[in-house]
Write a protein that binds this ligand. Structure first.
Ligand code: PLP
Length: 387
């Protein structure tokens, strides 16, 4: 799939291209001159309200939740912050436990709470990026008030057993949150089945435009809002709702779920093809023996910098990530890999390939050939510099 003309886009975990159904929903809203503010009482307002509630119902159905549980936000970062900060504001400062591999939007929010009286504990992971259940049990004995564990990792694609972790955390009395941003549309998802109090999603990861997301929040949990004002979203998130975004997100999720099973099989086959080719080039694949998303491969070629490789690949027409898009401007090794015990020198070589519905075998083969060439170029350059 080309986001940029002439290039092969292999960075779907950063942002997935707009899905056809989302594009149609978006256009229908943008072209509708009778669409007002969903809080207005006149006909144009009521029309917007109807569409917003339709989107809410669709999302709730797709996520086996109820419409009242859906709080629209501007994206995953806001939904994560809304839960963590909103829950913390209603509690006495205590212990907050987040996995050591959480996305920065959870990790930095937890650090912010730690600067305001909370004690932050990082739940360790094993060498494959899975939460260590024994360490988790030990942490639960300290009775954390809030626990946050992601479902599928944005860089490694490693999937955590959130259902059993959440069960134990609830029994220990914690409010449990799950950042499911990278899992939505890629695996069956239900807040209740996972047993968490809140679930975060982000539209642009599954075919909606950027700027729309949601927190799926159990009715019994009261949060202090991050944004105050007009009291939209039942007082949980003020600000005029993004009706076109909500409609596009609902349409994208329906489309993703309809295609999920056949796409899963196809992406899994592409992943195997990619990883066989990477192994032949001497790559180390992170989290290789853990359960992973079928569209995500995080790897390094020992001795080469990930940012340098990604730069050469970009110039030859292949868009890949070097880790979380939000932090890829920062130099250094991904925090997730250091938490997995990967040596820093190897972790600095990390490159992420993430695929999607329009990725083809030819894209993967082209990528592997371009990678071999890029690696050769960089090694020759390094040898010249060493002389
Ligand atoms: N959580 C995870 C796991 C992510 O991968 C991302 C984005 O990369 C986010 C949260 C943030 O989502 P958004 O870009 O919608 O703010």
């Amino acid at each position: 799939m080309s986001l940029a003309a002439g290039s092969v886009y292999l960075d779907w975990n950063a942002t997935a291209p707009l899905a056809a159904a989302a594009r149609a929903a978006l256009h229908a809203c943008l072209d509708d001159e009778r669409l007002g503010n969903p809080s207005s009482l006149h006909a144009a307002g009521r029309r917007a309200r109807t569409l917003l509630e339709e989107a809410r119902r669709t999302l709730a159905e797709c996520l086996e939740s109820s419409p009242e549980e859906i709080v629209f936000t501007s994206g995953g970062t806001e939904a994560n912050a809304l839960f963590l900060r909103g829950a913390a504001a209603r509690l006495e400062p205590g212990l907050i436990a987040v996995s050591a591999v959480e996305h920065s939007s959870v990790y930095e929010t937890a650090r912010l709470l730690a600067a305001h009286g909370w004690r932050l504990v990082e739940i360790p992971v094993d060498a494959e990026g899975r939460i260590d259940p024994f360490a988790f049990e030990r942490i639960l004995r300290e009775r954390p008030a809030i626990v946050s564990v992601m479902l599928a990792h944005n860089e490694t694609g490693v999937i955590q057993d959130v259902a059993s972790l959440a069960r134990a955390a609830r029994e220990a009395g914690a409010l449990v949150h799950c950042d499911a941003v990278q899992a939505v549309g890629k695996m069956p998802l239900s807040r209740r089945a996972l047993g968490v109090h809140a679930l975060t999603l982000s539209g642009h990861k599954f075919g909606a435009p950027t700027g729309i997301g949601a927190l799926v929040l159990a009715r019994e949990v009261a949060l202090a809002p991050l944004l105050t004002g007009g009291g939209q979203e039942a007082g949980r998130r003020s600000g005029t709702e993004n009706v076109p975004g909500a409609m596009a997100m609902a349409a994208a999720l329906v489309e993703a779920l309809e295609a999920r099973e056949s796409l899963h099989a196809r992406l899994h086959a592409l992943q195997q093809r990619l990883e066989a080719g990477l192994a032949a080039q001497g790559a180390v694949i992170f989290g290789a023996s853990a359960a992973r998303l079928p569209n995500t491969t995080f790897f390094a070629l020992p001795g080469l910098e990930g940012a340098a490789l990604a730069g050469v690949l970009d110039r030859t027409g292949f868009a890949v990530g070097t880790g979380s898009a939000c932090s890829s401007g920062e130099p250094g090794a991904p925090r997730s890999l250091l938490a997995m015990g990967v040596p820093e020198a190897l972790a600095r070589g990390a490159v992420r390939v993430s695929t999607g519905r329009s990725t083809t075998e030819a894209d993967i083969d082209g990528f592997l050939a371009a990678l071999a060439q890029a690696a050769g170029q960089l090694r020759r350059l390094a040898a010249l510099c060493a002389d």
